[in-house]
Design a protein around this ligand. Structure first.
Ligand code: ATP
Ligand code: MG
Length: 560
């Protein structure tokens, strides 16, 4: 079966390629993969897909996976990015075999470049990059050859050495591969291999003023590291011919020839997936850094409270495709809820409180009621929640007049207070502007949850959460929504994607009331504020602040 035949709907064609190679050309111990980020920003969820694919194959085939930093653009790269990338991969649960840097191969790449010059397959071009790019023309018409294309080997060697020895200024000249100016593949029209960049490199410092291009560095790095399969995104498909050409020109040992194959990029609705644009948001202070909880970065998702298992499960569900499409953001929310339902500690938090008094509950009485920390997992144990005559409930959980569809509290109607008693609404107190400031109810003393009495088993239509007015903690809650208000914010190339930012993507709620157990919450845990959503502790300096990860149900569709 050929590669292209194996594109069945749910079939992972990359896996098929590896398996075919294992049956023909490759032995098990020759398999080696890599994840090759450029350290020019923080990783985003698109990278998570590539990580999932490459490290996933590593696990599946028990093969090593290198982490390779493709650090060939010193102007845009930094140690901060390198560290964040390593941290994010570990957090996702993967570990790499070798930590590699394209910059470690600069000497070797230089030597190979001289080799190409000596073979008459590379030349120094004194034209600027704009002229070079104009001469390439369009695919259907042959490009124009550079006037410097036929320089002899000695001149080229001399000029290339001068480029390396800081003899020229940036823009004075470049090294180009001499391939075919009439190739229908534009990447084969004498691509640039080196350009002069006068910028200190975060690792090689000022050792170099010439830097290899992506095309000249990537495949050669794969080759040096004995990578068997070099998986990248579809936009590199047109680079594959050049990838193979370069390798065929340096190949002189019994080494594995790396195979570049391409899969579809991950695109998600209502967000963007380009480090350059994400950097723009950071630099223009539209967001609170790379790890702003609204960012599609791994670090943003971590801060928002999305667990790594949800990201992996999302990548798994998205699958490996050959065609680009846009994945609905709601799928990630779904995966997040699915994981957090099993993982999250439950707490009661009233976000928009209104007072509730139980008329027939004894004034001085205080009970500690038992509640499960996680109904999905007994090992999470129980906690005790303080209960007394005066409580707070969610303003939304009461309506003076009920209709048949309203299952919460109203006058003359019963609901259960979660983990506590059944109550019945009696009357309300309003302020001068007609706003309800207090609700009065009565309770059924025999209906206590878990007490085993007949009354405790009595079913009422609604259950609402509550907070004891005598024992609670005030907290702040950060509510996040989608960062953009349109499905494809970078879909229209003429518009600045920033004009589509959702101005309501961050709303801070001060003074939410939480059961006092919340004081024990920890940064590494996940929480469900019951009937509300999943939350992650953002800060516990002085006041507790939580980030809303996701609501319990999808409210987005009904809103828009
Ligand atoms: P960006 O355009 O966001 O900067 P990039 O492709 O330049 O992304 P790299 O650091 O070069 O980022 O990417 C490392 C690896 O991750 C590459 O193999 C790349 O193909 C892959 N990758 C990047 N973005 C995505 C995405 N949206 N979906 C899947 N894989 C991706
Ligand atoms: Mg890139």
């Amino acid at each position: 079966m050929s590669e292209n035949d194996s594109l069945g709907k749910n079939e992972n064609f990359l896996e098929q390629i590896i398996k075919d190679d294992l049956g023909n050309s490759h032995s098990q111990n020759q398999l080696r993969f890599r994840f090759p980020p450029e350290p020019n920003g923080y990783l985003h969820i698109g990278h998570a897909k590539s990580i999932y694919i490459n490290f996933g194959f590593g696990q599946q085939f028990s093969s090593p996976v290198n982490l390779r930093f493709d650090d060939t653009n010193p102007e845009k790269e930094s140690i901060e990015y390198i560290n964040s990338i390593k941290n994010d991969i570990r957090w996702l649960g993967y570990s790499w075999d070798k930590e590699c840097y394209a910059s470690d191969y600069f000497d070797q790449l230089y030597e190979w470049a001289e080799g190409l010059i000596k073979k008459g397959k590379a030349y120094v071009d004194d034209q600027n990059q704009e002229t070079i790019s104009d001469q390439r023309g369009i695919p259907t018409i042959p490009g124009k050859e550079s006037p410097f294309r036929d320089r002899d080997v000695d001149t080229n060697l001399d000029l290339f050495r001068k480029m390396k020895d800081n003899y020229f200024k940036p823009g004075d000249c470049v090294l180009r591969a001499k391939i075919d100016m009439s190739s229908p593949n534009m990447h084969m029209r004498d691509p640039i291999m080196y350009r002069i960049i006068d910028h200190e490199h975060h690792r090689t410092k000022d050792n170099w003023v010439i830097y290899p291009t992506y095309d000249w560095a990537h495949g050669q790095s794969d080759y040096i590291e004995n990578i068997s399969h070099s998986f990248c995104t579809l936009e590199f498909e047109v680079h594959r011919e050049l990838y193979d050409w370069f390798i065929s020109n340096i190949y002189d040992e019994k080494k594995i020839i790396p195979k570049q194959r391409e899969f579809a990029r991950l695109n998600i609705s209502y967000t963007i997936m380009s480090k350059r644009k994400l950097l723009e948001l950071v630099e223009s202070n539209e967001v609170d850094g790379w790890d702003d909880p609204r960012m599609p970065t791994i670090s943003g998702m971590r801060r928002r409270g999305i667990p790594p298992a949800a990201i992996i499960s999302f990548c798994e569900k998205v699958g490996v495709a050959k065609r680009e499409n846009i994945i609905d953001f709601a799928l990630l929310d779904y995966c997040t809820r699915e994981v957090l339902n099993k993982k999250a500690y439950r707490l009661m938090v009233v976000i928009d409180p209104v007072e509730l008094e139980i008329l027939n509950y004894p004034d001085e009485k205080n009970e500690l009621l038992k509640a499960e920390n996680n109904p999905e997992d007994e090992s999470y144990g129980h906690r005790e929640i303080s209960f007394s005559k005066n409580l707070y409930i969610e303003r939304d959980d009461f309506k003076e007049e009920f209709n048949r569809k309203y299952f919460r509290l109203s006058i003359g109607k019963e609901v259960r207070l979660k983990n506590a008693y059944i109550i019945k609404g009696e009357r309300v107190e309003k302020n001068d502007s007609g706003e309800i400031i207090k609700i009065y109810c009565t309770y059924d003393p025999k209906s206590k949850s878990g007490s085993g009495t007949e009354e405790s088993l009595r079913k009422v239509k609604g259950t609402i959460h509550w907070i004891d007015k005598n024992n609670y903690e005030k907290i702040s809650v950060n509510n996040y929504d989608r960062l953009f208000k349109v499905e494809a914010p970078d879909g229209n190339k003429d518009d600045d994607f920033k004009t589509y930012l959702n101005e309501n993507s961050f709303v801070q709620v001060k003074n939410a009331y939480a059961e006092s157990n919340i004081r024990d919450s920890k940064k590494e845990n996940y929480y469900q504020f019951q009937r509300n959503g999943y939350y992650k502790l953002e800060s516990n300096n002085k006041e507790l602040t939580f980030n809303r990860t996701v609501t319990l149900r999808d409210t987005w569709k009904s809103k828009s």
